[in-house]
Design a protein around this ligand. Structure first.
Ligand SMILES: *Cc1c(COP(=O)(O)O)cnc(C)c1O
Length: 356
């Protein structure tokens, strides 16, 4: 039986995506060949890459606005390095918001390229909130933030007005909510949180911000090279790109981001209402910063852990153990998680209350 999969990443994808991807492994587009054995230069795959790049921009409302979408390798973690390398000028500086473990990793990589100013941090509070009162130096080459903090369950509800280019790690909430994406100059996201399987990263770039560093960038790390080669500088991860395309097609057929956003809000409201109502549980993150993707919560009394764990496992729930740095539980409610799965979890929480 299919589990109620709350895994933080790699994560649940739509059932029809699994089925179409499985079919393509056996016989892609009725070609008599598997997607796993065709050339990335074949007409069939070139069309996949082109559609995936265009559809990503279309869903974000960025078509015809000077943006390029790339499907790259190395995970969001490589973008932590590629961003400063491609945007920070020689002797320049960059501003970073330290809102979680991933933001912190991005900061560490930036330091290898130049002055890295941390404009705000919630590290001392174990990242339970999003830092809000901060100033971005007007001479920074860019400002970097993390829209959704996957581990701590916090999410930026607004983004600063600034004259400097804005770079955002949207790994765990891309395509989940409506934003004015044209406010961002670079958006990147590892596919495995909300878009596809592991192995590919979507990078959306406003082309005009590139080419200003004065540094020599190796081709494989150079965004301009990847743009010139239409995201085929080297062999792309064919299957991960194709599966991501299937997920984007699924999202479009549902009505796009505006429709999925409503579903995501309903799922999050259902779970947070129970976390706040049920005296056996408490939320881990600051209320106003709560993520609609990753809900972190704790048992009020750790003695109930064994009973609760048994109950949710018996209910077919998988993947809700919290990250070791927060403890407790984390329910990742990505786009493909049905609201029925959230109802199952909420029912188990209510049952625990009845049992104790
Ligand atoms: C998971 C995650 C990453 C790391 O992604 P990789 O693809 O494993 O490199 C970076 N940022 C955020 C916000 C994440 O959730």
């Amino acid at each position: 039986m299919k589990k109620h999969n709350y895994s933080a990443g790699p994560c649940i994808l739509p059932q029809e995506v699994f089925e179409k991807a499985a079919q393509a492994v056996l016989n892609f587009n009725n070609s008599g060949l598997s997607i796993l054995e065709i050339s990335h230069r074949s007409a069939d795959f070139v069309a996949v890459m082109e559609e995936a790049r265009n559809l990503a921009l279309e869903l974000l409302g960025l078509e015809g606005k000077g943006y390029q979408a790339l499907f790259l390798q190395g995970g969001a973690s490589l973008e932590f390095l590629r961003v400063p390398q491609n945007l920070m000028q020689e002797n320049g500086k960059a501003a970073y918001l330290d809102s979680g473990t991933w933001a912190n990793s991005a900061i560490k990589e930036a330091k290898a390229f130049g002055e890295t100013i941390v404009v705000g941090s919630s590290k001392e509070a174990n990242y339970t909130f999003i830092p809000k009162e901060y100033t971005i130096p007007s001479d920074a080459n860019y400002f970097h933030c993390t829209s959704n903090n996957t581990i701590f369950g916090t999410q930026m509800k607004s983004f600063p007005q600034t004259s400097v280019p804005v770079v955002c790690d949207m790994s765990s909430d891309i395509f989940s909510r409506s934003l004015d994406f044209s406010k961002f100059d670079i958006i990147y996201a590892g596919a495995q949180k909300n878009m596809g399987p592991a192995g590919v990263t979507l990078v959306v770039i406003k082309e005009e911000v590139l080419g200003k560093t004065g540094r020599n960038i190796p081709n494989i790390l150079n965004y301009q090279q990847h743009i010139a080669k239409e995201s085929m500088y080297n062999t792309p991860p064919v299957f991960a790109v194709y599966t991501s395309l299937l997920t984007l097609q699924w999202l479009k057929s549902k009505g796009g981001i505006a429709v999925i956003e409503k579903e995501n809000e309903a799922k999050a409201a259902l779970l947070y209402t129970e976390i706040d109502r049920n005296p056996l549980f408490k939320g881990a993150a600051n209320k106003e910063d709560r993520s609609i993707m990753n809900a972190t919560f704790l048992l009020a009394d750790e003695n109930h852990k064994e009973t609760f764990d048994k109950m949710w496992k018996a209910a077919g729930i998988s993947g809700i153990n919290g990250h070791r740095s927060v403890g407790g539980y984390r329910a990742s409610m990505y786009n493909a998680l049905p609201i029925e799965s959230v109802q199952v979890l909420v029912n188990v929480m209510k049952e625990l209350e009845n049992e104790i």
